[in-house]
Design a protein around this ligand. Structure first.
Ligand SMILES: [Zn+2]
Length: 257
């Protein structure tokens, strides 16, 4: 039931809080590194998805072009068949011996000519579509190649960055253990609990406020904090508080009586 802490205890708390701040700086550093390390594969995956999507689009465009070319060939074959038929009908017209035969041959010729002209019109439309497909494919092929180049460069860059980050994280392991060794198990547990939830677990108290949540600290608590005799947490956010200014224990508005 020691009411007044010994000089030794005050020094211990001071060095413990200093160690906690050091630990937190390190944890915040690895926090960012770990976050980045996690982010890199996710970013690459998103890029791969984009590249694959353009690749699929290109495939579909090539299929469509293929179809259009088949269609155009079919129209051309049809026109050539009709052209042969036209020759035969013309011969029939020449050989016709009656007006009836002549009219029948002429009707055949008219029908065939119409079929040929319709077929040619269609073939022209298909040809225009083919031109459009080709130019779209050219454009997307170029875009796809650029994306693939960019992805390959990003993958290489990401790999290097990940090695670097892993190295940095591993490098802090030893230092973290060393710092943690200067903090009591109880305080370390408290710190880790708050850090996990809020990130910054130890914050400065200034002008009577907790800089973590910006809430006013009760006068009595603030005085205790300035005395530096025991570990003080913010009553609102529960962060561990440190005081770095000039203690004004006997100052105005802080009557300790
Ligand atoms: Zn607070």
């Amino acid at each position: 039931m020691e009411e007044f802490p010994t000089v030794g205890e005050v020094l211990t708390l001071k060095s413990e809080l200093a160690a906690l701040e050091e630990l937190q700086a390190l944890d915040m550093e690895t926090f960012d590194n770990r976050k980045e390390l996690q982010q890199i594969p996710e970013n690459l995956e998103a890029m791969r998805t984009d590249v694959a999507r353009v690749g699929e689009l290109l495939e579909r465009e090539r299929d469509r072009l293929n179809e259009a070319e088949q269609w155009r060939l079919a129209r051309e074959r049809e026109i050539s068949v009709q052209t042969d038929l036209l020759k035969k009908s013309k011969a029939k017209l020449q050989a016709s011996r009656s007006e009836k035969e002549m009219k029948a041959a002429q009707r055949e010729i008219d029908t065939i000519k119409k079929t040929i002209s319709d077929g040619e019109e269609e073939a022209l439309k298909v040809l225009q579509a083919i031109e459009q497909y080709r130019s779209a494919i050219d454009e997307h092929t170029k875009e796809f190649a650029e994306l693939e180049t960019h992805l390959a460069a990003s993958e290489k860059e990401a790999e290097e960055r990940m090695v670097e980050l892993k190295g940095q994280i591993a490098k802090t392991d030893g230092r973290r253990q060393e710092i943690a060794g200067r903090i009591s198990a109880k305080t370390l547990r408290l710190y880790e609990r708050i850090h996990k939830r809020l990130g910054m677990a130890i914050v400065e108290a200034a002008e009577g406020k907790c800089t973590g949540c910006n809430l006013e600290i009760l006068a009595q608590r603030y005085i205790e904090l300035q005395k530096g005799q025991k570990l003080i947490q913010c009553t609102n956010c529960f962060r561990i508080l440190v005081f770095k200014g000039q203690p004004q224990v006997n100052g105005v508005g802080h009557d300790d009586a």
